[in-house]
Design a protein around this ligand. Structure first.
Ligand code: C2E
Ligand code: CA
Ligand code: CA
Ligand code: CA
Length: 274
């Protein structure tokens, strides 16, 4: 057993070395990616419970020269550690706003903000600047934040959120239910939307507890006059449950996956001529 234990320790060490090397390589590549325009924005539709499309969430992708399309979970945390996320986040915001400003239908666009963007840089100024630059009406922009934003200097974060809202944009609380003190945060800021985390939706059929949690979140949010978006809706059964429970909006593979915007041209009123 001892030998096995030692062997395992050695295995973990080399595994860690490899991960470290891999991360260094990835970081080097990521710095280049930002400069060489390898980042892409995909768009995923958001809909009312009857299927009517009301907007899109912008989700970043990295088109790596050899690795192909790298999902954000594999590079956002890295970008957050070294501050690159500030540049990346601003780029995504600008791209998303520019794109949305060109749509014939005035649909909304939602953009994710990292807690790091809140702590450093002048977020309010850069959002204001991007809105002016792209001509997008502030009411069509929604920013999605997680609880991470409110951890640390709570008063400062709250102040910044208020100033963002004063720009005329909307603020959604993302991944609701996955943090530790979500309930108290709801009391301190009037979010325009609450997004119930995908994990509760995907367990709806399998675990009765998830259904209870979803009901509880809906009743809490509604008591505070905040509409709810269900994330990760994949089946008609999930949609029907959410509609019965008076959930306002949904997002998920049932409606559409994140795709390059061209994929959704018909939904936004752009005629595809060929
Ligand atoms: P998120 O903000 O919670 O985004 C929703 C994620 O759920 C997306 O993953 C989306 O592809 C996935 N999803 C949507 N519907 C379904 C469904 O029906 N089934 C399943 N299985 N998945 C679904 P994605 O695009 O890989 O993004 C992962 C996370 O990366 C995002 O989670 C967000 O936290 C972060 N992220 C993405 N783009 C940005 C960005 O521009 N800035 C920042 N700061 N974070 C971003
Ligand atoms: Ca999001
Ligand atoms: Ca989410
Ligand atoms: Ca998430």
């Amino acid at each position: 057993a001892k030998r096995e234990g030692r062997g395992r320790v050695r295995f973990f060490e080399s595994e860690m070395d490899r991960e470290l090397r891999d991360r260094r390589l990835l970081l080097h590549d990521l710095r280049q990616a930002v400069e060489q325009n390898e980042l892409l924005v995909y768009f995923q539709p958001q809909a009312r419970m009857n299927g009517e499309i009301i907007g899109f969430e912008a989700l970043v992708r990295w088109n790596h020269p050899t690795r192909g399309i790298v999902p954000p979970d594999q590079f956002i945390p890295l970008a957050e550690e070294n501050g690159l996320i500030i540049q990346i986040g601003e780029w995504v915001l600008r791209e998303a706003c520019r794109e949305a400003a060109s749509w014939p239908r005035p649909l909304q666009v939602a953009v994710n903000l990292s807690p790091v963007q809140f702590q450093a840089g002048d977020l309010e100024r850069s959002i204001h600047q991007i809105l002016l630059e792209t001509g997008l009406a502030p009411t069509r922009l929604e920013v999605e934040i997680t609880e991470g934003v409110l951890i640390g200097d709570f008063a400062r974060a709250l102040n910044l959120l208020r100033r963002l809202k004063a720009l005329g944009i909307r603020i959604a609380m993302d991944d609701f239910g996955t943090g530790y003190s979500s309930l108290s945060y709801l009391q301190s800021f009037p979010f325009d939307k609450i997004k119930i985390d995908r994990s509760f939706i995907s367990n709806l059929e399998a675990t009765p507890e998830s259904a209870e949690i979803v009901r509880a979140v809906l009743s809490l949010a509604h008591a505070l006059h905040m509409p709810v978006v269900a994330e990760g809706v994949e089946t008609e059964a999930q949609r029907a449950f959410l509609e019965r429970e008076a959930c306002e909006e949904m997002q998920g593979y049932l409606i559409g996956r994140p795709e390059p915007i061209e994929h959704y041209f018909d939904l936004i009123g752009i005629n595809v001529e060929r």
